[in-house]
Design a protein around this ligand. Structure first.
Ligand code: NAD
Length: 253
């Protein structure tokens, strides 16, 4: 039976690579993005999130087999909180009732190795409280910490929810993927500026000697979203050229 998977952020970068890989494997994919895909919806707003859920319902009356919450921004502004945290939660929670309860359903959220970097606890707490207005307010003045904070918050949310009856108990295995530096439009500015690239390399070393490509992230998501992933739940998987292991070292365990 053809598996149907919804992928947010499918118009570009990692989401696009996931969409293409799953299609090449015979999946029916439904992309969600602000442009250039199947469902056009702005996940930074409650209206856009509701539109996304309604459109998926209309396209898939028999339900879906999985969801990949990948849409994201890396802007040093509050909108990044709206997309990376509240948009991702709305995607996972909004689509969960449409996910078939048959022990073969899967979900993935794309976090980041940035979740290991400095973040703002008050902003993370505001996100996890579910109060979007408070979280957007908490982001003001913390521009440099916004991106990492959203990735910490969504990782904590996913770890908390993955084991609950409505996720793991319903056979919907939810896991978290944490890419390192990946060459996409989001990071193009880093690649375009040698000094900036060197600065990033100091922060996020790549023991394998290079950063990654979106297709490499898609391979991992391809496994996590498949029935072959029959046992992994609530895990944060770093796929990052070795950056996390090099920076956090053995004492992270
Ligand atoms: P990208 O910019 O190529 O793609 C992101 C996609 O999200 C775009 O198509 C964009 O239109 C979409 N999007 C942004 N705001 C949206 C909104 N309001 N509503 C709907 N869609 C929206 O970036 P990418 O590198 O492919 O990033 C994908 C995910 O991977 C993001 O969550 C990002 O934080 C994460 N990530 C990226 C890297 C990296 O180095 N590129 C590293 C770690 C994590």
């Amino acid at each position: 039976m053809t598996r149907t998977v919804v992928i947010t952020g499918a118009a570009s970068g990692i989401g696009k690579a996931i969409d293409e890989l799953l299609e090449s494997r015979g999946y029916r994919t439904i992309g969600v993005d602000v442009h250039a895909t199947d469902i056009i919806a702005d996940l930074s707003t409650p209206e856009g999130r509701a539109k996304m859920v309604a459109a998926v319902k209309a396209e898939c009356p028999d339900g879906i087999d999985g969801v990949v919450a990948c849409a994201g921004l890396a802007l040093a502004e509050p909108k990044t909180v709206a997309v990376n945290y509240f948009g991702a939660v709305a995607t996972l929670e909004g689509l969960r009732p449409l996910i078939k309860v048959n022990a073969q359903s899967r979900a993935v959220v794309i976090a980041s190795v940035a979740a290991t970097m400095p973040h703002d606890d008050a902003l993370v707490d505001a996100c996890l409280s579910g109060d979007e207005a408070a979280a957007l307010k908490a982001a003001a003045g913390k521009e440099d910490l916004i991106y990492a904070s959203t990735k910490v918050a969504i990782t904590r949310w996913a770890r908390k929810h993955a084991v609950l009856p409505e996720w793991a108990g319903a056979g919907i295995l939810l896991n978290i993927v944490a890419p390192g530096v990946i060459h996409t439009p989001m990071t193009q500015a880093i690649y375009d500026d040698k000094a900036y690239l060197e600065q990033i390399k100091q922060m996020l070393p790549a023991p394998i000697g290079r950063y990654g490509e979106p297709e490499e992230i898609a391979q991992l998501v391809g496994f996590l979203i498949s029935p072959e992933n029959s046992l992994m739940v609530g895990q944060m998987l770093y796929i990052d050229s070795g950056s996390e292991a090099a920076t956090r070292g053995e004492l992270a365990w």
